[in-house]
Design a protein around this ligand. Sequence first.
Ligand SMILES: CC(C)(COP(=O)(O)OP(=O)(O)OC[C@H]1O[C@@H](n2cnc3c(N)ncnc32)[C@H](O)[C@@H]1OP(=O)(O)O)[C@@H](O)C(=O)NCCC(=O)NCCS
Length: 195
Amino acid sequence: MFALPLTSHAELRPLESWMAEEFLDHMDRAREHISPWVSPTFAAADLAEARALLRRYADLRARDAGGIWGIWLEGTLVGGVLFVSFDAALGVCEAGCWLEPGAEGRGLVTRAVERIVDWAVLERGIQRVEWRTNAENTPSINVAKRLGMTLDGTLRQVYPSGDRRIDIEVWSVLAGEWRSHRTQAAADTAETIDS
Ligand SMILES: CC(C)(COP(=O)(O)OP(=O)(O)OC[C@H]1O[C@@H](n2cnc3c(N)ncnc32)[C@H](O)[C@@H]1OP(=O)(O)O)[C@@H](O)C(=O)NCCC(=O)NCCS
């Protein structure tokens, strides 16, 4: 219904509970690729799990405590972005993302996260946007870097994984840094158009 263009072929839209079947079809294409990097409940394995996940995010959205948005590429749901948590009173939120493999390498997630962080910082007054990622997840770390985030630190051995434990990197961008990052990005775009 409501859509924000990301490119001439891709758009960002609310991902709602009634889209569970479409979400599951997308997960069937994405599950193997994303499973090592996302929480086990996210990579829904059947329709009941897909419904439960989307309902959980609908509930978070209703409580202004999180949310989920899908990325459609030429009409097909290929990934999305989310606020895992969102606390307007505290001024802190955590963003996240995923893509099915065929949609990687086009800047879709970077653009989509920019949209939701713009909303969080410029419209909702969020002061700190966090990005938590497995320390071995180079593509996710690269997204954080493209967004102008800073590595706050590494939480060591947070989760079990087989016979070892996973380190989590915490990246963040503060409201003032985000405004500077966006101003610089707009100036770079204007320069490219002029040249
Ligand atoms: C993390 C993940 C979403 C990153 O996907 P991605 O395609 O690399 O990220 P983007 O959509 O922002 O695209 C960036 C890529 O497109 C390229 N690109 C092309 N046009 C671009 C543009 N206009 N702007 C930015 N990047 C652009 C970039 O160079 C980059 O490619 P590179 O890494 O080969 O240099 C994806 O790897 C994934 O889903 N992984 C599994 C799930 C996961 O890890 N989720 C995060 C948990 S914290």
